[in-house]
Design a protein around this ligand. Structure first.
Ligand code: PEP
Ligand code: MN
Length: 277
């Protein structure tokens, strides 16, 4: 085993024979296939509730939506903040879907904890060590996205920060990395999924939306991610993608999410059969 993995004490399979399973309501993440879907940003109460209902009807089992948005430009929409959290809470009350939303700042842990079932730490904060440590002091499940220029070892060390503080509830999310390729927004590193499934006991989710940046590629890469062995998908879905306040190019239409879920279920039954071989 290579050097940088030598210091790890928690995240590797050899320290934890059974795969980690995180229970949220009736959902067993790591066993049940996680289908997170929803808009990039929470934009209004009507928007998030409509999308939540569509996600639920399509067969998604968790709602995403950013209330605090990490935008490249300070002049872009920054999210609705606490108001957005209130809307997410209403969407959960309406549909029963558990909620995942991004945290940018340790000062928001309590407010987000009132509404979210999973805290997302985004690519830009993967190595925000004080945030990782603070989340480690809670028991809230954390979905830790891969930094867009991070190696697998660096990423696993960040997960280790959370577990080392006493919080075992970590999910890893591959969301693409920067490479020489510019046609796609990032390059989805599916080999990382295969590597992580061998190395770690933590659930691994794939985000084909931020990985590709193009709605026409989301379905193909989502299906490929399942073959690579992921435990779930996080997909950006919008009722009117062309009007979205962020990431409008990559958010898929509800009708396409309905199709995607059907294809995911067909593929999962084949992948599960292959595991018996
Ligand atoms: C997101 O999921 O809303 C997001 C900002 O993703 P990433 O951190 O992967 O860019
Ligand atoms: Mn987005």
């Amino acid at each position: 085993m290579r050097d940088k993995l030598k210091n790890l004490k928690y995240v590797l399979k050899k320290f934890h024979e059974d795969n980690t399973v995180i229970k949220i309501d009736n959902l067993l993440i790591g066993e049940d296939f996680l289908m997170i879907a929803g808009p990039c940003s929470v934009e209004s109460e009507k928007q998030i509730i409509e999308i939540a209902q569509s996600v639920k009807q399509a067969g998604g089992n968790m709602l995403r939506g950013g209330a605090y948005k990490p935008r490249s430009s300070p002049y872009s929409f920054q999210g609705l903040g606490e108001t957005g959290l209130q809307y997410l809470k209403k969407a959960k009350e309406e549909t029963g879907l558990p909620i995942i939303t991004e945290i940018l700042d340790v000062r928001d842990i309590d407010a987000i904890g009132q509404c979210a079932d999973i805290f997302q730490i985004g690519t830009r904060n993967m190595q925000n060590f004080s945030l990782l440590k603070e989340m480690g002091k809670t028991k809230f499940p954390v979905l830790l996205k891969r930094g867009f220029a991070a190696t697998i070892e660096e990423w696993l060390n960040c997960a280790e920060y959370i577990l080392n503080e006493g919080n075992p509830n970590v999910i890893l999310c591959e969301r693409g990395i920067r490479t020489i390729e510019t046609y796609t927004r990032n390059t989805l590193d599916l080999s990382a999924v295969a590597v992580l499934k061998k190395l770690t006991h933590l659930p691994v989710v794939v985000d084909p939306s931020h990985a590709t940046g193009r709605k026409e590629l989301v379905e193909t890469m989502a299906l490929c991610a399942i073959v690579a062995g992921c435990n779930g998908l996080e997909v950006e879905v919008h009722n009117y993608p062309e009007k979205a306040m962020s990431d409008s190019e990559q958010q898929i239409y509800v009708k396409d999410y309905v199709k995607l879920v059907k294809k995911v279920n067909i593929l999962l039954s084949t992948v599960n059969k292959m595991e018996e071989v």
